[in-house]
Design a protein around this ligand. Sequence first.
Ligand SMILES: O=C([C@H](O)CO)[C@H](O)[C@H](O)COP(=O)(O)O
Length: 218
Amino acid sequence: MKLQLALDRMPKGDCFQVIEDTKESIDWIEVGTGVIKEYGMEIVRDIKKAFPQKTLVADMKTCDAGKHEASQAFEAGADITTVMAFSANQTIKDSLKVAEDCHGRIMIDLLGVKEEARIRELSDIGVDLVSLHFGKDMQEAGDLQEDDLFSLVHHHPYLDVAVAGGINLDSLSSILNHQPNTLIVGSGITKSTDRQGTAAKMKERMKNHEANNSNRQR
Ligand SMILES: O=C([C@H](O)CO)[C@H](O)[C@H](O)COP(=O)(O)O
């Protein structure tokens, strides 16, 4: 199980500092959408240069012009780039083709998806990595509705599933019970007064959970 650190709404220097603080515990680094909007593809390039051993996710949240945006992300050094699930199938197919050519991956952001039928369509066009996403603004209205989110992928055990949306040390245990492949954590780490300790505790709990549930499936 991977821990993906999401860098959102912070200045460039802070992004590098948080990675430094947490690098022993995190597996994947996500350059957040807002950070890319602020600093452009340059920050993706710079983070890959500074931390080449980490898997880098560019949270492009592409919804059109899939070929162009996926190329931008991979050329800048991303290993994975995100595309919104509501995009046209052509956008998703084009992104997947670029990913294949660049030896990268596409993570489909399921923000707003409510019907399992869309997951089936996505699988049929070759999607293999999705993120269940309870958005920042949705979090204003309440906590992540885990059962609803995970029910979308329940019948798709072959999908790699990431989950995001206000995950912190308190909510971690119940999320782990759903056996995601990747946990995406932003403010739960970046806003902690002890980022290093928080990331380390999360990773330790993830490892313990895996060790105790090695034969369980999602
Ligand atoms: O993708 C994200 C969101 O849309 C803001 O851009 C976040 O990276 C994701 O939700 C994780 O952040 P937290 O909810 O703060 O853990």
